[in-house]
Design a protein around this ligand. Structure first.
Ligand code: G3H
Length: 541
């Protein structure tokens, strides 16, 4: 399918990009962070293409915006050695540092990072095509997450700053770090989702190796100096390049203690299997999802349509929490579709910085073709594209396609489209969508739209043991970040939220003794005379 007239002017000459949104030039990142130093790389590089295309005599071409190092196994193992030295069997400076001081480093980093907002936001737009308001939201949400994590850590520390006595044993119980953590985030929230594991891992006292997503490396480059300057050497290290080359040796070394990975279950399984003692590797995984909406016969259609459009098409549907299948009761399918099509047609295609842009070009190579194939498969099996220009492809831009009636025989019914394709499935009996959710390999969230307390209440009961969040009259979403974010089946392992993440990157540890007079005196003196960090009743203000 080729783009219609409507999209011909989507990619203008780059000279018309407003100066405040232009990149100052090619962003050539030539360093990587290892052991507290930004090391210069003179080996192979990865060219970075923007989802933003430029017209050329040979047609549309993705703009080249810079490059980053393609490190090798040797550099990955050097990063591992640096993180290992910072851990030093749990005796390193960082894991043994008093929480108060560790938090000062983290707050120092947050303050430095906040000054980079414009630079990072600009790179988010150019590197992954996120709109200006959403890129700013991602940045601000991430800085807020750091501050909230600091507050949660203080709360956790306060709750642990006392002794407990039971059955003649007295002890102090705290959460302690686990060791070296590898953090790998996804391209759709390259900053936020990476930092929602990286920051709690650091706050708990773990040294980190951080591999940014392949699409989303440069936007971290303004922060490299801040990482270097805010943290002791080896606490934060970065690696870049081909996953097999740099991550394979890290996993195979057996010296990683935690894998925090947001991506596909296929890659997560592959990585875990490479660890020689997988039982020693704690995994924190955010994986695929195929979140469904069920629109009940008594739904408020205005609300349902508005939430479904935002749920299915924010950031072009490239959210793990996106609504990827919409079940509508047949009695209101025609009206729902009419309003849905009008709402989708009103969405504004544009470049990330264009005022009011709502649908933007896609960063993944081959994605337009993949989505076109999904649409073609659905059409061949009886679905229609309901909206004007639905599924039209123009360079890296794919116009949202509303598919109706979608059905179980179609690929789009099962595959996570992660893009602007909205399959609508009519149903007669609510058991049909419930069964589809039960039989799905995924179990992240679901949305219900309806007003009757009996049917909504019963459906919530049916679904809460299938997914981990049931949203009533609202789209699926991760936030607020204080709420638990997780999934069942192939969708996740471990729970993230501001406070849960601190648990995920730590283990409960205690120092205990028989409550004899001599032992009590010993513990009292350790605390009173400040002879230890673990045994302490200090109150963290
Ligand atoms: O890609 C998955 C994100 O965690 C979704 O977050 O629901 O806030 O967009 P969000």
């Amino acid at each position: 399918m080729t783009g219609s007239e409507r999209f011909q002017r989507l990619f203008p000459n780059l000279e018309v990009v407003p100066p405040e949104h232009r990149l100052p030039g090619l962003v050539e990142q030539s360093t990587w962070l290892c052991g507290g130093e930004l090391l210069r790389w003179e080996g192979a590089i990865q060219r970075v293409l923007s989802p933003v295309c430029v017209p050329s005599h040979a047609g549309l071409k993705q703009a080249v915006i810079g490059s980053y190092p393609r490190l090798g196994a040797e550099q990955a193992l050097a990063a591992l050695a640096a993180a290992g030295a910072a851990w030093d069997h749990g005796g390193g400076l960082w894991p043994t540092m008093p929480v108060r001081r560790r938090l000062e480093h983290v707050e120092d980093f947050a303050a430095r990072m906040a000054r980079r907002r414009d630079e990072v936001v600009r790179l988010i737009m150019w590197e992954i095509g996120k709109t200006l308001p959403d890129a700013r939201k991602e940045f601000d949400r991430t800085v807020a997450y750091i501050h909230d994590t600091v507050a949660a850590m203080k709360e956790l520390d306060r709750a642990s700053s006392r002794f407990e006595q039971n059955e003649g044993i007295v002890g102090q119980i705290r959460r302690s770090p686990l060791g070296v953590v590898l953090c790998m985030g996804p391209f759709n929230y390259p900053l936020n989702e990476t930092f929602t594991t990286l920051i709690p891992a650091l706050v708990m006292g773990n040294p980190v190796i951080f591999k940014p997503p392949k699409l989303g490396v440069l936007l971290h480059s303004p922060l490299l100096e801040d990482f270097r300057d805010a943290f002791p050497p080896g606490v934060v290290n970065t690696v870049y390049g081909d996953g097999e080359t740099v991550v394979g040796p890290l996993m195979a070394s057996g010296r990683l203690d935690v894998l925090a990975f947001i991506g596909t279950s296929r890659v997560a399984d592959l990585l875990r299997r490479q660890h020689p003692q997988p039982h020693r590797l704690r995994c924190v995984l955010g994986l695929e999802a195929k979140n469904a909406a069920i629109v009940l016969p008594d739904a408020d259609l205005d609300e349902a349509v508005a939430e479904c459009v935002a749920g299915a098409l924010s950031f072009n549907g490239q959210r793990c929490t996106a609504l990827k299948l919409i079940f509508v009761h047949r009695s209101l399918a025609a009206e729902f579709n009419r309003r849905l099509v009008a709402a989708v047609d009103a969405l504004r295609p544009g470049l990330p910085w264009d005022p009011g842009a709502q649908v933007t070009p896609l960063p993944e190579t081959g994605k337009p073709q993949y989505l076109a194939d999904l649409v073609a498969d659905a059409r061949a099996r009886g679905a229609q594209v309901l909206n004007p220009d639905g599924g039209a492809v123009h360079g890296t831009y794919v116009h949202p396609a509303v598919l109706y009636p979608a059905a179980p025989g179609m690929r789009v019914f099962h595959e996570e489209q992660f893009g602007p394709v909205v399959p609508v499935v009519p149903y007669d009996d609510v058991e049909e969508p419930v069964r589809a959710i039960m039989e799905s390999p995924y179990g992240q969230q679901a949305s219900l739209f309806g007003r009757d307390p009996e049917s909504v209440g019963r459906l919530v009961d049916r679904l809460v043991n299938q997914v981990c969040r049931v949203n009533v009259n609202a789209q699926c979403q991760r936030g607020p970040d204080a709420f638990p974010f997780t999934g069942r089946k192939d969708s996740a392992e471990g729970t993230l939220s501001v406070s849960d993440a601190l648990r995920v990157f730590s283990i409960r540890t205690l120092a205990a003794t028989r409550a004899t007079g001599a032992n009590k005196e010993l513990f009292s003196r350790i605390v009173r005379e400040g002879r230890g960090t673990f045994l302490s009743t200090d109150w963290l203000f």
